[in-house]
Design a binder for this molecule. Structure first.
Ligand SMILES: [Zn+2]
Ligand SMILES: [Zn+2]
Length: 420
């Protein structure tokens, strides 16, 4: 049997990795400017970490986690998302005792046993950021602005919309839930099976059900935004003001929900129409109750996560030509003596940050020139017996098809001078 990769898992090949680097580098650069530092957390945690943070009745925990028993019988899970592990690390390393504000970002592979489709994998990559400590609306706005700046930097905002809303808090959400139950109960039999079940446990989830009938009924449902308490309304207004002040465009979508109680106030999603029905490329919000839920102190937090595969798909629309690897210099050599002279020359150039390729054997000049072309070399240095005798290198500018003989011991300096 031929070996192959697991369904829903994919390789990122060298021809596309430069786009990944471009995206990851942009995230790192922007996040660092906003004061964030990278944290690396294990891909494997005790199942409890996710069960407690994601809620035992969510789709992820019920159906999608890769959970297995360790050799000692403990239940382990491959991380389905990053926040739970970051908060676990935050508590375990007592970061709250070291600083009132922790700004953390992560990138890495996540695992969910979902039905694979375009841009959706079972093993997929996310970049996320968590701002733990402050509860002021300026922190929500800073985080959202940072996310938007990342999308500007990667030339993606042309395809994107930022949607924000508020979920209220423990003060105002319970009454709102009651209003929802009141609203949906008379139409209960028209709701889908899932939503009928949600009606008592989690009526907010009905608002983002994808079933047509549920959508129609939910369209007229009371809005959380009309039912915020004064503090929540002030908070939401301040977030909006801050975003407006720095020119981050947003729309209000009161239908954004999160199923769990520790989510409070601000929620946001970055969506696109370009990738079919699964339209979110990033999602986040304030989760003031999670640190305590996982056994830490009562500390506020706000964060987001984004799926890199889907950002890569969008990025292909923004910069279709991609990011091909190019070699600065190709050294073509003819004969054993020339090859021996070419090797230290290649090493010297690389020491000076010039990327160099050359053949290992004794190929024909024609085939070497072909490879230089294929590698997109800007210059080819030709070293044949004649050049060796004269102590020169024939330097060919591949873009201008011009040639010049340069002394072999001066060619590195000459190249550097030309490039600068
Ligand atoms: Zn439904
Ligand atoms: Zn409130």
């Amino acid at each position: 049997m031929k070996i192959k990769s697991i369904r829903g898992f994919h390789d990122i090949l060298p021809e596309s990795i430069r786009r990944w680097h471009f995206i990851e580098d942009a995230a790192r650069r922007i996040f660092e400017l906003y004061g964030f530092s990278e944290i690396r957390i294990p891909v494997l945690e005790f199942t409890d970490v996710f069960a407690r943070s994601l809620g035992t009745t969510t789709d992820i925990v019920e159906k999608e986690m890769y959970t297995f028993e360790d050799r000692d019988g403990s239940s382990l899970t491959l991380r389905p998302e990053g926040t739970a592990g970051v908060v676990r690390a935050y508590i375990e390393d007592s970061m709250h005792a070291k600083s009132g504000i922790s700004k953390l970002y992560y990138t890495g592979m996540m695992f969910r046993h979902e039905r694979p489709q375009k841009g959706r994998f079972r093993g997929f990559y996310q970049i996320g950021a968590e701002l733990i400590g402050p509860q002021e609306p300026a922190s929500d706005a800073e985080l959202v602005t940072m996310l938007w700046r990342f999308f500007e930097e990667t030339e993606l905002t042309q395809f994107l919309e930022l949607e924000i809303s508020s979920l209220g808090d423990q003060n105002c959400r319970p009454q709102y839930k009651e209003k929802l139950v009141e609203y949906f109960t008379p139409q209960k039999n028209d709701l889908c099976e899932n939503c009928q079940r949600r009606l008592q446990a989690n009526p907010l989830r009905i608002l983002d059900c994808k079933e047509k009938k549920c959508k129609e009924i939910a369209a007229e449902a009371p809005s959380m935004l009309d039912n915020l308490c004064q503090e929540c309304e002030n908070h939401f207004n301040a977030v909006k003001e801050n975003l407006t002040a720095v020119g981050v465009p947003f729309v209000i979508n009161p239908k954004i929900v999160r199923g769990l109680d520790y989510y409070t106030r601000t929620v946001f999603e970055v969506t696109t129409q370009e990738l079919g029905s699964q339209n979110a490329v990033a999602a986040g919000g304030r989760y003031d109750g999670l640190v305590e839920e996982l056994g830490g102190p009562d500390i506020a937090a706000v964060g987001f996560a984004m799926g890199i595969e889907r950002i890569v798909l969008l990025q292909e629309k923004a910069i279709p030509k991609g990011f091909p690897k190019k070699v600065d210099v190709f050294i073509a050599h003819l004969g054993d003596e020339a090859r021996k002279a070419a090797f230290p020359l290649a090493i010297e150039l690389r020491q000076k940050d010039v990327s160099v390729e050359m053949d290992y054997g004794n190929k024909s000049l024609k085939s070497q020139m072909k490879r230089a072309d294929k590698l997109g070399a800007g210059f080819t240095f030709i070293l044949g017996e004649e050049e060796l005798e004269k102590g020169v290198v024939k330097v060919r500018n591949m873009n201008e098809s011009s040639e010049e003989d340069i002394k072999i011991n001066e060619v590195v300096d000459a190249y550097q001078k030309f490039k600068s």
